[in-house]
Design a protein around this ligand. Structure first.
Ligand code: ADE
Ligand code: ZN
Length: 349
């Protein structure tokens, strides 16, 4: 595609500044993964919850992960401090402020209701607090925020159906459903029926696939669950036919580079395959996943990934453009952000 500006004229040393100021959308972040250790401790104190760490420093030290499961164990423990509607609001508000500072215009936030309802916290409490923060973000921060309810794939299909039932009174407060938690051993087809029901309800559909799991899980997320986006999907490069399918159907991949580094999906950021995904014509995007646990929010993901892999200004534009294209926002909003992105690049000196 020819662009109305010359990205080759942008010197490499100015690229970090451009990455920071360019407007962008975040399509893959778990709101419970934005709980900073300081907020975990503050909420634990406010709610009289005990956590098995003596200090913020001790908790942060525990963030040395070897794979997805080693992270999830700590992530679910951290989420146990959330009890009231105000807790959910405060968590989301803290994230949305950081997103605004990173020039995120659109944030699609995952939440894991089963992590909370299993502890006796009501669906009304969870969605009420998160949704109130989304409403405030639009007016106070200029961030267009939306919620995607995720089913935990290590739990049963029956539990997912129950969760959907509990959420339906709040149908207008979330835009879609996703599938997250322990991937290997829990293929997408385990949730075929619940996703079919969500499709009938007009919800958007996404699923984590190909984070640690094989390309076969990406195929079944597409063909059995009929998802519109793949979360992660970085294992897809192992299957040329899958790469062709993702490109032909313009299926966005919500890639999370710092997450992949911290969970040892790639041994080094310089070995990340984001450039390969873009070169193959896929709608790849950059996202933070669980920013409080993986060492950075949106701009930090862009900065570190570009520094490590040598991606250039044209690829920066492509990633930001992909993030708007891949979002579930309406056509008018997408056009406005695309125009703003073009203006940002055209006026960058
Ligand atoms: N839940 C929170 N972060 C996750 C990830 N990276 N993969 C699967 N489930 C998650
Ligand atoms: Zn994720």
């Amino acid at each position: 595609m020819s662009l109305p500006f010359d990205t080759a004229a942008i010197p490499a040393e100015r690229l970090p500044e451009l990455l920071g100021i360019m407007p962008k959308a975040e399509l893959h972040m778990h709101i419970e993964g934005s709980l900073e250790p300081e907020l975990i401790f503050a909420l634990a104190q406010r709610n009289g919850v005990t956590i098995p760490y003596a200090s913020v420093e001790e908790l942060r030290k525990a963030y040395a992960f070897t794979n997805l499961q080693s992270f999830l164990d700590i992530y679910y423990a951290g989420a146990s401090v959330l009890l009231t509607e105000q807790d959910f609001y405060d968590m989301a508000w803290a994230y949305l402020q950081r997103a605004a500072a990173d020039n995120v215009r659109r944030a699609e936030m995952f939440f894991d209701p089963q992590t909370h309802t299993e502890r006796g916290v009501s669906m009304a409490t969870v969605i009420g607090g998160l949704h109130r923060a989304c409403v405030d973000a639009k007016t106070a921060l200029g961030v267009d925020a939306a919620l995607i309810l995720c089913f935990l794939r290590h739990l049963s299909e029956e539990s997912a159906f129950e969760t959907l039932e509990q959420a339906l009174p709040f149908r207008d407060q979330f835009i879609g459903v996703g599938l997250d938690s322990s991937e290997v051993g829990h293929p997408p087809e385990k949730f075929a029926r619940v996703f079919a029901r969500c499709r009938e309800l007009g919800l958007h559909l996404v699923a984590h696939a190909g984070e640690e799991g094989p390309p076969a899980y990406v195929w079944s997320a597409l063909d059995v669950l009929k998802v519109e986006r793949i979360d992660h999907g970085v294992q897809s490069t192992k299957d040329p036919a899958l790469m062709k399918r993702l490109a032909a159907d313009r299926i966005p991949l919500t890639v999370c580079p710092l997450s992949n580094l911290k969970l040892c999906v790639f041994p080094q950021l310089s070995q990340h395959n984001l450039g390969q995904l873009l070169d193959a014509g896929l709608i790849a995007t950059v996202n933070s996943d669980d920013p409080a646990y993986f060492g950075g929010y949106m701009n930090e993901n862009f900065l570190q990934t570009f520094a490590a892999t040598g991606l250039d200004a044209k690829q920066a534009w492509q990633l930001a453009a992909n993030s708007f294209e891949g979002s579930f926002a309406d056509v008018a909003a997408k056009k406005q952000w695309r125009d703003e992105l073009a203006h940002c690049f055209a006026s960058f000196r």
